[in-house]
Design a protein around this ligand. Structure first.
Ligand code: AMP
Ligand code: MG
Length: 481
């Protein structure tokens, strides 16, 4: 019986500046909580027939698969605007698994023990937050948004000390890589140009091979990363996702969503929505996500300056011109994304106003972001949509819809591709986690099934569609737990 691991560990072959060679710290009594069979299959891995005890040994890091060469990666980051040297303080990268299509995936254990980057932390993670990452990352994937994935969660059989004593856990995270803006910041901070060149070449090889032979690789890399991260944040805005901690160490160069700490989905539309307990000034509020993406890209650009041009002024000008264009690219993409949400074909000079009028109405009337678009797709209704201002707006929308020789059928088809019917509602996620903490995985499994098909009008899902009761308004999320 073979699982099918095929490791090839290119990152671990980089020089020692990039990482620490380290193994997961064995845990006392691991127990498998959840395994993502579908993802395993996509990775050409087969865990069927392997007993639960053995699986727990594998996914806790007590027994490492053959071919791994585990490391903790070094990186830095601007956390809430302040630069810090960081690194994997509670994670190890086992290596890169290669699937049958020769695609390369990082396999990482999160919560696997202390490393030289732990900075006083215990290197561990708690069950609730690891299951939360599992649920939300899988939901984001099902929403067709690039993301790291979750392969398994095990309980360690050990307690972790937070405000209370909690069950320890380890999450197996799968990513196209864990190279972050912060990885570049770390290497740039060492001022070793050779290492910086190595990182640029490595990243291009792995994520952007189309610019391998380009004349200005660093500038082209900046441009492509900008495009991917811009597209990512557009997707977040489309589904009402608030990442919550867009520090530069949590921005993947691949353009995948990474680091599911304090993230959450917005119910009532309010651009100022913040869930994270530590985000006192709303730096990472819903509507701040695009400008923060740009800010983070500017930090990325700073790292690349020495490679963009020998003349620093020229390099700065080239990078600045590029980054300054973020706003235009974003607004264009945003407008098109919102047109798709409203099923509008073609372009009309009044589209922006039409869209903003709807958003303003939602904000003023505390309408649910997801459910308002569902209402426009004739899925569900609510008293709130009998409001006169809304009816007037809807008439304008209908008129605009008819202006482009499109059919209602085509319009609904476009809308259904872009508007989720279910999202991970905060209270449903919390409910599932509470059950799981008490050893009952039933609710999580049901929730995952529903979230797996967010664009389908599934049977009996009304309880997953309701926003949290207003008593949940002060819902708070937490980092690094
Ligand atoms: P995060 O808030 O998850 O992005 O983590 C920021 C930094 O803190 C990263 O370098 C993490 O590795 C580190 N970190 C978070 N929690 C722990 C922990 N319990 N022990 C050690 N390091 C941690
Ligand atoms: Mg992080």
């Amino acid at each position: 019986m073979t699982i099918g691991w095929r490791f090839d560990n290119s990152y671990s072959k980089l020089s020692k500046t990039f990482k620490e060679d380290i193994k997961p710290t064995p845990v006392h009594e691991p127990e498998l909580v959840i395994l993502n069979e579908e993802l395993a299959k996509n990775l050409n891995l087969n865990f069927l027939g392997i007993d639960k005890k053995k699986l727990a040994e594998i996914f806790s890091g007590n027994s490492l698969p053959d071919g791994t060469n585990s490391i903790a990666q070094a990186y830095a980051g601007h956390q809430f605007g302040h630069f810090t040297m960081l690194g994997d303080g509670r994670a190890v990268l086992l290596g890169e698994h290669i699937d049958n299509k020769n695609q390369r995936f990082d396999i990482q254990y999160k919560g696997s023990g202390r490393t030289s980057f732990s900075r006083g932390g215990d290197g561990r993670a708690a069950l609730g937050p690891m299951l939360r990452e599992y649920i939300i990352s899988e939901a984001i994937n099902a929403l067709n948004i690039p993301t790291t994935r979750s392969l398994a969660v095990v309980k360690t059989g050990e307690k972790v000390v937070r405000e209370n004593l909690l069950n320890g856990a380890i999450l197996t995270r799968v990513a196209s890589s864990h190279i972050r803006v912060g990885t570049f910041q770390y290497i740039a901070a060492t001022q070793n140009l050779e290492d910086l060149n190595t990182l640029v070449d490595y990243t291009i090889d792995r994520h952007y091979p189309e610019i391998k032979t380009s004349k200005n690789k660093a500038l082209d890399l900046l441009s492509l990363v900008m495009e991917r991260q811009c597209q990512l944040v557009i997707n977040w805005m489309r589904v009402g996702f608030i990442h919550g901690v867009m520090n530069t160490d949590n921005m993947a160069i691949s353009g995948e969503t990474i680091d599911y700490g304090p993230c959450a989905f917005m119910d009532q539309y309010d651009p100022k929505t913040v869930f994270s307990s530590i985000d006192k000034f709303g730096r990472y509020a819903f509507s701040n996500q695009p400008p923060i993406t740009k800010w983070n890209l500017a930090r990325f650009a700073e790292c690349l300056i020495p490679l963009i041009d020998k003349n620093e002024d020229t390099a700065i000008k080239l990078a600045t011109d590029l980054i300054d264009n973020f706003q235009n690219i974003y607004e264009d993409k945003w407008l098109n994304m919102m047109r798709d949400k409203l099923g509008l074909f073609g372009k009309d000079k009044n589209d922006k106003k039409l869209i903003n009028d709807l958003l303003n109405w939602m904000e003023k009337n505390k309408a649910d972001y997801t459910n308002t678009f569902c209402h426009l797709m004739d899925i569900n209704s609510d008293e709130i949509y009998k409001n006169n201002d809304f009816i007037n707006w809807k008439n304008g929308w209908k008129k605009r819809s008819e202006s482009n020789n499109s059919t209602k059928e085509k319009q609904i088809k476009l809308m259904k591709k872009n508007n989720p019917i279910v999202i991970p509602r905060n209270h449903k996620v919390e409910e599932a986690l509470t059950f799981a903490e008490n050893g009952n995985l039933q609710k999580i499994k049901q929730l995952l099934l529903v979230l797996n098909k967010p664009y389908e009008n599934q049977e009996n899902i009304s309880k997953y569609q309701l926003p949290a009761p207003l008593s949940n308004k002060e819902y708070q999320t937490f980092c690094g737990t």
